[in-house]
Design a binder for this molecule. Structure first.
Ligand code: FAD
Length: 489
């Protein structure tokens, strides 16, 4: 393409290419486009075939549809139209350039390996066309290339990684949302959102709809709920799936409806309003969890093979089993272990699982069933509304014991004792596994141990109304430990 004919500097339109940054506030790419002083053209391009092996799954597509719908309204209120396209990203960007006479394209970086490679090519092609093409940093708190150990290598252990992040300075104040944007004089064509066909057919998303409010207003409301009611008790309650003890910000953070910097600064303001010293709030467990998100993103940049392969190479020799029937039972929440089944049914119904239960269900798949972690990660990818390549990869490799700073393989979560400890009344299980709802708390995490009369009184018929355990915890644990010994000998 020939270089576009230049208009007065600063007056030609600038394109903001939106991807996983579906917000107007604290959006560095949007801010950079506004600073040119001319019209702004926000563009979203649906191009799942460019995402390599990880195109967005069903639950993510549902979320994206809702979130884009909200974003259309937010841009309209600011005076411009969000242009929606479908097709090859470069081609569509160049078409919008041609249609509007834009001279610059800005976007916020993403870190998935296929996207990094694609974006590099697009940046080169845009520059070769005589356009200003700039990527900005908006997803992590720190740029991955800036956090290194003393030997100049990426960290593989969380604690020194996060200590180095904290020492490298406070995240800045979030950028304000632009109040008014100038539309281009020549308006490019846009598809209706429905043309992207992101909503499921047939409709299975009622559970998701009931559980979530996608979009930046929903993100802000969730953050406010958490600041008012969860932050100060987070360190204690975060492990309790029966309580709403965590922020539930993960899908909002994944889609960039809120930035980690906005969350960080909201926590800081909250702490300061209560006269809590910085030395205390900066070490709050909640901010440390944002640190794990940061760690996951940095690891994905430095070890781009890890969504498919273990970081610790000896695990490539692990003698995993093949058992499609067990995998199906796990996916459907019919393993006979109530906490595991509750988690997987929560996932299917609401698109989310509590972190403690994610660890329990992942450990059960990998260690008790001895099935490889990759199909588990794939299942999460398709069913989670917060499916995130960096966090999902870290979570699965951590649980399987084959990743960075991972739980040792011999740490095998026991779903019975985890249930008794973190869901002591059984209310989480009762909610998601209604066929056990009438069992007393003493038996709810191990119904196979309940006296027959108790089962009968609760209307539970093992093997019929609820499955018997598909494996023995004791035997499967021994088999897993022996398999592990074989790869470490
Ligand atoms: P909070 O406890 O309120 O934490 C605040 C934020 O910190 C989260 O929204 C998230 O962005 C980040 N965070 C918290 N814990 C972690 C963690 N362990 N690793 C990385 N970031 C973290 N998280 C995802 O966002 N997407 C995934 O696809 C994903 N897959 C996972 C798979 C497995 C097997 C495991 C064990 C964990 C996975 N996690 C994933 C991490 C974690 O479970 C979720 O981020 C968390 O449960 C989201 O709930 P929340 O927003 O209430 O978290």
């Amino acid at each position: 393409m020939r270089p576009a004919k230049r208009t007065q500097p600063g007056t030609a339109p600038a394109i903001v290419w939106l991807r996983q940054d579906l917000r107007l506030a604290d959006n560095p790419a949007l801010h950079a486009a506004c600073r040119r002083g001319g019209p702004v053209v926000p563009v979203f391009i649906w191009a799942p075939e460019e995402e390599g092996a990880w195109p967005p799954g069903g639950a993510s597509r549902w979320w994206l549809h809702q979130s884009l719908g909200k974003l259309v309204g937010e841009f309209r209120a600011a005076g411009v139209k969000l242009i929606i396209r479908r097709g090859a990203s470069l081609l569509e960007l160049l078409r919008v350039v041609k249609a509007t006479g834009a001279e610059a394209v800005f976007w916020n970086r993403r870190y998935e390996p296929a996207i990094v490679a694609r974006d590099r090519k697009i940046e080169e092609a845009l520059r070769a066309s005589g356009l200003q093409a700039e990527s900005c940093s908006g997803a992590p708190l720190h740029k991955p290339e800036t956090i290194r150990n003393k030997a100049g290598q990426p960290f593989r252990v969380f604690t020194p990684f996060w200590r180095t992040c904290l020492a490298s300075g406070e995240p800045g104040e979030p950028l304000p949302a632009p109040r008014r944007l100038t539309p281009p004089t020549r308006r490019p064509a846009s598809l209706p959102l429905a043309a992207l066909e992101l909503e499921p057919k047939p409709n299975w998303a009622d559970g998701l709809r009931a559980a979530w409010e996608p979009g930046s207003a929903g993100a802000k409301a969730e953050l406010q709920r958490f600041l008012r009611g969860g932050l100060l008790t987070y360190a204690v309650d975060r492990n309790r799936p029966d309580l709403m003890g965590t922020s539930r910000l993960s899908p909002h953070l994944h889609f960039g409806e809120i930035s980690p910097r906005q969350v960080w600064q909201a926590v800081r303001r909250f702490a300061e309003s209560k006269a809590i010293p910085a030395a205390v709030w900066r070490n709050w467990q909640f901010l440390t969890e944002l640190g794990w998100r940061e760690f996951a993103h940095h690891l994905l940049v430095h070890f781009p093979h890890t969504p498919e392969q273990p970081l610790r190479p000896e695990f490539a020799r692990f003698p995993w089993r093949k058992n499609p029937a067990w995998l199906r039972a796990w996916q459907q929440g019919r393993t006979g272990y109530p906490l595991v089944d509750a988690g997987l049914r929560e996932l299917w119904s609401s698109g989310w699982i509590h972190n403690r239960v994610r660890m329990v269900v992942a450990s059960f798949l990998v260690k008790n069933l001895l099935l490889p972690w990759q199909p588990g990660a794939r299942w999460f990818w398709d069913t989670l509304v917060d499916a995130d390549l960096a966090n999902n990869t870290l979570g699965w490799q951590w649980t399987a014991g084959c990743g960075a700073d991972a739980a040792p393989f011999f740490r095998i979560f026991n779903p019975v004792s985890q249930g008794e400890k973190f869901d002591p009344e059984g209310s989480y299980v009762r909610r998601w596994v209604p066929e056990l709802a009438r069992l007393p708390a003493a038996w709810i995490h191990q119904p196979w141990e309940a006296p027959p009369a108790t089962l009968a009184a609760a209307g539970v018929e093992l093997g019929h109304s609820y499955p018997r355990p598909i494996v023995s915890l004791r035997i499967s644990r021994e088999v897993a430990l022996e398999a592990y010994r074989r790869i470490t000998r």
